[in-house]
Design a protein around this ligand. Structure first.
Ligand SMILES: [Ca+2]
Ligand SMILES: [Ca+2]
Ligand SMILES: [Cu+2]
Length: 336
């Protein structure tokens, strides 16, 4: 890690850790001391087949940032600003366990959860021997570092993804997602592309479906119901991940941009970036320590977290992996 990145890490980390919502994602360093990192994950080999259905997002302009006044202080959801984007194709769903299994099967790629030997699992999802539970994340005791937890063992060594082939791949770090993209001939969406696509053509709305509340007339996203972090009433049907085609897609055909799993974006995270973002095809800060995560997850709660909104922002270090984050990809170049 360069000194530039460390500077960015400290700046971005303050906003992330201070949110008080607790249903974000714990960083790799919450569980291991600095200086004990394994070598970087191996570079991804040759091109593979990417089977995820595509949604077309037309070129256009939109207002990026919080329009509803629900922003979380410190996340940098404002100032609102006009952004124009070229057209692109984006995955209609997050990359599934079946998709990720094919990538791993063809390349032998080892994720960072595997090379570090552990990943972050929500306490009610742990399926591991006590000896494999390393401990809780500082400040967020509902996260356990679990040895042997990875995309194929999302609860730990005693779990697998049988029957969950159509659920989002999780325990995938930003670096792992980028390796998948290299194999698939894709890239992660920029943060602006993600928000524009999540809005589904409805400018200025709080959610991908508009401004109707998430629980009005039935649940519209997979978040947490009940008393976090112990009692989940499962009113929306899901404690952890739901199949990627659950609920209804938005106006561009994207399923579950908000809720279910956080989604990695290409950009470095900087809560001050909107102050000086370029107006056309912004790609984020030049450097940083944290990468952007968008959309919230099954751990977000209606009463206090509120990050299952179009404009909500979070971040984590690029080597962090957890059971509530995955990714979707975009086309490398605009379609002609
Ligand atoms: Ca749920
Ligand atoms: Ca999502
Ligand atoms: Cu949340």
């Amino acid at each position: 890690m360069t000194s530039d990145e460390q500077t960015g890490d400290e700046r971005a980390g303050a906003g992330h850790g201070g949110c008080g919502c607790g249903c974000g994602t714990p960083g790799r360093d919450a569980f291991v001391p600095l200086g004990s990192r394994p070598a970087d994950a191996a570079a991804a080999p040759a091109r593979g087949r990417h089977d995820v259905e595509q949604a077309h997002v037309p070129a256009g302009r939109f207002t990026m940032g919080d329009s509803s006044g629900d922003r979380n202080p410190g996340d940098g959801e404002t100032p609102r600003h006009e952004v124009s984007l070229d057209a692109f194709e984006i995955d209609a769903t997050t990359v599934t366990n079946a998709d990720f299994a094919r990538f791993v099967g063809e390349t032998g790629y080892r994720t960072e959860a595997e090379t570090f030997g552990f990943s972050a699992v929500f306490h009610l999802a742990v399926e591991a021997d006590p000896a494999d539970i390393m401990g809780q994340a500082e400040g967020t005791p509902w996260w356990f570092g679990v040895r042997g937890a990875d995309w194929a063992h999302p609860g730990g060594p005693r779990s697998d993804v049988e029957g969950c082939e159509d659920h989002p791949a999780t325990h995938v770090s930003w670096n792992d997602a980028v390796a998948y993209c290299a194999w698939a001939g894709r890239r992660l969406p920029t943060e602006a592309e993600w928000e524009y696509a999540a809005r589904g053509g409805i400018d200025g709305a709080k959610y991908p479906w508009g401004d109707t509340e998430v629980d009005d007339g039935g649940w519209r996203a997979n978040i947490w119901q009940g008393t976090f972090p112990r009692d989940n009433t499962l009113d929306d049907g899901w404690l952890t991940t739901a199949p990627v085609r659950t609920f209804e897609p938005n106006g561009y055909g994207l399923w579950q941009p908000v809720g279910n799993v956080w989604e990695w974006c290409q950009d470095w995270f900087d809560p001050g970036f909107y102050e000086h973002s370029p107006a056309a095809n912004p790609t984020g800060p030049d450097r940083g320590g944290m990468r952007v995560l968008r959309g919230g997850s099954y751990l977000c709660h209606i009463s206090y977290c509120n990050r299952y909104r179009n404009s909500a922002r979070s971040s984590n270090t690029p080597d962090s992996s957890m059971g509530n984050a995955g990714f979707r990809t975009v086309s490398l170049a605009p379609e002609p």
